[in-house]
Every structure is written in structure tokens, then in C-alpha cells.
Design a binder for this molecule. Sequence first.
Ligand code: XMP
Length: 508
Amino acid sequence: MTHQKVIVVDFGGQYSQLIVRRVRELGVYSEMIPWTGARGALCEHKPDAVILSGGPKSVLEPGAPSLDLSLLEGVPTLGICYGLQLLAAGLGGKVERADQREYGFRVLSPVEGTLVAGLKSGQVWMSHGDQVIAAPPGFIVSASTDSCPVAAFENPAKGIFGVQFHPEVSHTVGGKEVLRRFLFDVAKLRGDWTRESFISDELESIRAVVGPEGKVLCAVSGGVDSAVMAALLIKAIGERAVCVFVDHGLLRKNEAAEVEETFRGHFHANLKVFREHERFFSALRGLTDPEVKRKAVGENFVRVFEDHAAELQGCDYLAQGTLYPDVIESGSPTAAKIKTHHNVGGLPAWMRMKLIEPLRWLFKDEVREVGRALGVPEYIVSREPFPGPGLAVRVLGEVTPERVRSVQDADWIFREELRKEGLNQGIWQSYAAILDVRSVGVMGDERTYEQPIVLRAVESEDAMTARAVALPFEALERIAARIVNEVSGVNRVFYDLTSKPPATIELE
Ligand code: XMP
């Protein structure tokens, strides 16, 4: 990519990703590098500015995370929390264990200096045990709090700045202004990284990589990431983006048709649909263990690709909808690992295609923005996360076409009602599942002995933790009545109140 770039060196801080996000919000491209890989990244990429993150360790401990500060010469640098302490310790200042850990909001009194002068004195978020008690020679102390004598320091001539508080945390008063001043007043960056510039850069780079003849296999699942990835590829190389959609019969009601319609009708894509309901249902017959079911779905994805090898043979590249959090998690920004659960459930080993991951620099909401800019319809862009094995993990026990149909119908009613009443706002995921037990009921004077549907709606930030949504009782009652009346094989409805942890979002 050709944009200006800010590297955030991560020392294990809780808010490191947030720093990256804030910088991007200000229109400057930013990437996070673990401190252990900082030397290579700084030498190779020559960033336009560097931010050193916070971290849980003490610079006073032997073996604490460190950085060769000579690598930063000539590069505008901002140290935050641990980053500030590292700069202080490395440049001749003094760091000490504080009498008490400072945690929470403190009132900052800015005194002077480029980053903080003129800011209203206000609350800033602090979270540290050590503190700087003397700035390095040549630095000015630009702010303090009651309990922290050096809450900010700077040496503008050297382009080095530090703050003890966390400007990236949204509740820090003036935090964004501190970052803005660093990026634009100090580092003189342009702030021209927008979704449009991202798209045009990616289009250019895809065309350069693939060449004038190359073909790219884009496996689409109906989810946001693969849809946006495919839209980008189609725009870049048209028909040479070979979109493949495996309809395993385990999608939500109407979703397979929507995917087809979107890609054929809307994007005029070169789309191959492999309709494989039979294959997946027969592979799942008799299986009840969740992990065994997951494995069966994954393996059969591979078989589908194997069986259609002749049609796909001309593809030299495979495009994947990997996102930046996956890249960060895998520990290395250059690692190109195909996650078995990702979109396509794994691909056969003989498919030695080179990988293209055009979204690997983006966070989920940025992907949604790019999708909107590319004209991906809103019902796909705002789609909730959906597990790769599909409804196989929402049909507890054996997966049969009838039980899948019950879940699809109940799920449709549930989400339609939520949508109609505007109750879907702020929900991370909402779905229906069917349990593997039966209970007695009475319907039109007849005894019934059928299965229950479980409804689940959760709020979450990142799927790591989640909480049940407090839906109005009347709405739940109405939805339950509709489901029992309209969905065959179902005579009871439960609402799952459990949070994650201890439960998970999916039932299997
Ligand atoms: P859990 O159930 O672990 O789910 O709380 C967390 C998030 O991951 C999704 N999920 C999956 N996604 N393959 C996937 O691609 C899977 O096997 C899978 N299992 C769970 C789930 O929908 C939620 O968003």
C-alpha cells in the first residue's frame, strides 16, 4: 500500500488495537506490530510515525519488553503509558514504582507543549503502577496530575512525545485531540486514508498481483466478509473472479437464494453454485456429537471442491475474507494461514493456490463501510455473524432436513418480528435452535409430543463475551405463539438467558 503509515508497537497493552482504530478514524492508515517484531517492521516499512503502546509489565523488571530506541531516530514517536516509561528509561529520565497504582480517571493539568497545551484540564484515563518522576534531559514536562508528576513530556526538536494517560480511550477528555495533534501538527501527516482510497489501492494491487490473465477463486458463504471480498475482486478483475457458493442446505431460510440473486443479479458475477444438500444431509445422518458434526461439514466442503476440480482448475489464486483481528491473533502480520473454519471450511491440499486477502488490513466495521461503498446490499453488509457449519450446530442432536426446516421457519419468524418492531437494533446475534428432547403439549384438543425451539438473542462487542438481550416479554410471548402455531414439529419455545461465559453464543 502506498499510504502514509503509523506503526503501533504493541507491548501487550489492553488498548493497543484501540490506538490503531483511533488513528485510522483520523484518516491515517495504521498497523499494529508486536514489540518482538518491531525491529524488522521499523527497518523494512519505514513508518511515517510510531506509537508505543501501553503494557502490563514494568520497565524496571529485568527482561521487560523493550525496543532499540535508535530505530526511532528521525521518526515522530508518541509513547503511551508503558511506551512513555520506556522512552523515559531509555533516554536518561527516571522511572519509579509508584506508592500506589493509579487506576481510573484523574484530572490532567496541561502546562505547556505541542500535544497538550490549551487543552481544557479534564479527566484522563490512567492505568499504571510505575511512573516517570524525571523527564529525560532536553525534555519538557507538559502535564501532570495530583498523583503523577510527569503525565506528559516532549522533546519537539527530536520529535519524541509521551503521555502517561490513555488518549485512545473514548472517555479521556481531549484524547482524540492529543492524537490529532501528534499525527497532523507533529508528524505532518495528510489524513487521506479513506475507504475510497483503500478501495482504489486494493483494486490496483489485486490487478498487479493477478496479472492480465490470472483467475481467482472466491469462495462466498453469504457472510459479510466473503461478500465484500468477492465484490472487490469482481470490481478488480470482472469474470476472472470465479465466485463459488456451496449451498449445503444448512443456511437460514432464503439465504441461499439471496446470495445467488446478489451475485448474479446485482454484481453480474461469474458465479458457480454447487447445490449439495443431499451430500451434507447424508454425511450428517446419525451424527449427534457437535464436534463430529462440525468435522463432517468441514470435510464435505473439501469433497465438494474436489469433485468440481475440473471446473476450478484454471484458478491460480484463492481469495479469502480474512480480517485484521485474525491477522493480529495469528501473531504475525505476514502469516497467511487458512483457518479451517473460515468461510469455506477448509480446502483440499492439492489446491495449491496462492492466497489473496484483500481485507486483511480492516476491522469488521471498516469492512462493512467498504462493502457499502462497493454497493453490497445492506441486508448482506449488516448481516449477523453466522457459524461456518451453519444450522448443523443449531439443530441439536441429529441433523435431518425436517429439523433444519423447523429451525429455518422459527428463525425466520423470530427475526422478522424483531425487525418489524425495531427490536433488532444493537443485537449482535439472534437465532432459533431446536433441542433434542420432546415434551407434551395440547393443540386443538389433541395431545402433542414434539420438540422445543430455543430462541437466543445476545449483545456483544466481539463474541468473546455476550449477554442475553432483555427483549420485552410481550414480544417474546407473541413470537412463541407464532412459532408454535406456524412451525411443524414444535410445541414449546424457550428463551435462553445465559451469558457467555459460562455459556457460549451457539448451543453446540
Ligand atoms: P461461541 O458459540 O463460541 O461463538 O460463543 C462465538 C462466535 O463464533 C461463531 N461460531 C462459529 N463460526 N465456525 C464459524 O465460522 C464455527 O464453527 C463457529 N462456532 C461458533 C458464533 O456464531 C459466534 O459469532
